[in-house]
Design a protein around this ligand. Structure first.
Ligand SMILES: Nc1nc2c(ncn2[C@@H]2O[C@H](COP(=O)(O)OP(=O)(O)OP(=O)(O)O)[C@@H](O)[C@H]2O)c(=O)[nH]1
Ligand SMILES: [Mg+2]
Length: 312
């Protein structure tokens, strides 16, 4: 007998670095969105699909909500806002780790602004307190919960750890309330709308974010020049990828390449390992570094890197 199908479109919102992408990856049980300890890792809206029996969850991982400093940042905020249109629910993710300086009557202003939008658009939201694996004393959660609940009447409150998976099943159960009777929009085995090429350039960017410090990683974009499969002499398929890493300054280029090319080599090794794991075939990866000054304020370049605002 056909099960009655249900669908829930759910946007994942929060300030930068709280673990939105980690949470989506954990929910999907697969790494779709890149993760780093640098704020503003996610730059576009990334879709992730989870089909659990009769319910299909369609997640939208969004860039961290912040005050933009350039055109790229403005596009990122537009991606957050367009991710709030026509959704059945939201996960409002906050950082419960003790090193996050939490003041009860003084929530970060970008969180307050986001909650105001959630309220104005009447989006039912679940408060997700992430990173509880870092908490020794769970009592601090109560203070946080009551502070956030002053700003929004949440449909549920779920403390969890995207890292360990603790609490994820509770969230999955709570999200069922967002599901509406509807046919499924995606095939059961589809996990994301990102192309293979986008996944590859993002995997390379992740390694750069993880390896680089200060302002360098924020000014990086990765473009693919070539992406094709060919058999080697032994008849085994090899995925060939030629990628260009764009940065904003000549001095940044030097940092990315490193002494004798050592830094770039390591980035290439790390990225290749991930790409091979993802596609399940051997990969040949070649990397170049080029400077494009102030590209984050140049529409043409933003467009060529696929970082336009993602309007529905
Ligand atoms: N200990 C711990 N760390 C976590 C957890 N979830 C995420 N992190 C870490 O938090 C950092 C940020 O994670 P992301 O998933 O990239 O955060 P994000 O909210 O998507 O960040 P932006 O895309 O920049 O807005 C990374 O270093 C993660 O490894 C968690 O449950 N526990
Ligand atoms: Mg992210």
């Amino acid at each position: 007998m056909m099960m009655k199908q249900k669908t829930a479109f759910i946007t994942i919102l929060g300030r930068p670095n709280v673990g939105k992408s980690s949470l989506m990856n954990r929910l999907l049980n697969q790494k779709i969105a890149i993760v780093s300890n640098k704020p503003q890792t996610t730059r576009t809206r990334i879709m992730g699909v989870l089909t659990k029996e009769e319910t299909q969850f369609v997640f939208m991982d969004t860039p961290g909500f912040h005050r933009p400093h350039n055109k790229l940042g403005e596009n990122m905020i537009r991606a957050v806002k367009s991710g709030m249109e026509d959704v059945d629910g939201a996960l409002f993710v906050v950082d419960a780790a003790p090193e996050f300086q939490f003041h009860e009557n003084n929530l970060p202003s970008n969180e307050v602004a986001l909650l105001e939008q959630i309220n104005a658009k009447k989006i039912p939201a679940i408060l997700v307190l992430n990173k509880i694996d870092l908490l020794k004393n769970k009592e601090s959660l109560l203070t946080m919960i009551s502070a956030y609940c002053k700003y929004c009447s949440f449909a549920a409150v779920v403390p969890l750890s995207a890292k360990s998976g603790d609490g994820i099943n509770i969230l999955l159960d709570e999200m069922e309330q967002f599901a509406k009777p509807s046919v499924h929009f995606f095939a059961e085995d589809q996990v994301t709308d990102q192309s293979g090429q986008t996944m590859v350039s993002e995997m390379i960017r992740e390694k750069l974010l993880r390896r680089l410090d200060r302002e360098v990683p924020h000014g990086i974009a990765v473009g693919l020049e070539r992406f094709f499969e060919r058999d080697n002499a032994a008849g085994e398929p090899i995925l060939n990828v030629d990628a260009v890493i764009y940065c904003e300054k000549e001095s940044h280029k030097g940092i990315i390449i490193g002494k004798g090319g050592a830094a770039l080599k390591q980035i290439g090794i790390d990225a290749r390992r991930d790409i091979e794991k993802f596609f399940g075939i051997q990969v040949s990866l070649k990397l170049w570094v080029k400077v494009k000054e102030d590209w984050r304020n140049r529409d043409g370049l933003i467009h060529s890197f696929g970082l336009d605002a993602t309007d529905i």
